[in-house]
Design a protein around this ligand. Structure first.
Ligand SMILES: [Zn+2]
Ligand SMILES: [Zn+2]
Length: 212
């Protein structure tokens, strides 16, 4: 049984998710922690639950989802894992910060492993399947757990909306096609944990999402 702990981080109200199972092994998805209080909140949860953080996964490499990569590397020695296309096509974190008019002291941490579509990602006794859902960014991934029927959707699919497509390499037609193909093919009852905003489900979005 996987426990999903959500955190809401940084100026963009980004959802970071910490997943763990009964083995106490954990994966962190999209660590947007950028303030000291946010880092402390995450550390506290990990320590109080006696977890061992095994991997740092990125749905995509927009700044709001990677603010905390530097902190995670320094604290836990883990480097991020992401799709290669985002590494190659997106500006550096410093350049993204500059374009958003933000100041950040974060050091860019090199992606240690390129996740490919349909890759099985394991931790403890659990596994996630990486689904390639480009369009919001060219290398966006979602992480699906078949057994417990949930998907961490990054910024591809939100409750009642979809990701913006005006950033680097974004494409609305590609995004809509990817959602239809990769996410709407999941079982209707699949719970969706998006990169911003509230949790939803595949059936809910099939019927109520005005973009789809
Ligand atoms: Zn994004
Ligand atoms: Zn985002």
């Amino acid at each position: 049984m996987i426990t999903i702990k959500p955190f809401e981080f940084n100026y963009f109200s980004e959802n970071c998710y910490l997943l763990h199972d009964e083995t106490k092994e954990a994966v962190l998805i999209d660590c947007g922690a950028c303030r000291k209080e946010e880092e402390d909140e995450l550390i506290r949860y990990i320590e109080e639950n006696d977890l061992t953080l095994k991997r740092l996964l990125c749905t995509h490499l927009h700044l709001d989802h990677i603010f905390g990569n530097d902190f995670i590397y320094k604290k836990y020695g883990l480097k991020p894992e992401a799709h290669r296309t985002d590494v190659e096509k997106l500006p550096s974190p410093a350049e993204q910060a500059r374009l958003f008019g933000l100041k950040t002291a974060m050091q860019p941490i090199k992606v240690a492993h390129y996740i490919v579509g349909n890759e099985i990602i394991t931790f403890g006794d659990s596994e996630l399947i990486a689904l390639l859902v480009p369009g919001h960014s060219p290398g966006s991934l979602a992480f699906y757990n078949k057994k417990e029927r949930f998907v961490i959707s990054g910024d591809a699919l939100f409750c009642g909306s979809i990701g913006r497509t005006d950033l680097w390499g974004g494409d609305q037609d590609v995004l809509i096609a990817a959602i239809n193909d990769k996410l709407f093919s999941l079982p209707d009852e699949t719970v969706v944990y998006p990169g911003h905003g509230p949790t939803t489900s595949i059936i809910e979005e099939k019927f109520n999402n005005p973009y789809l």
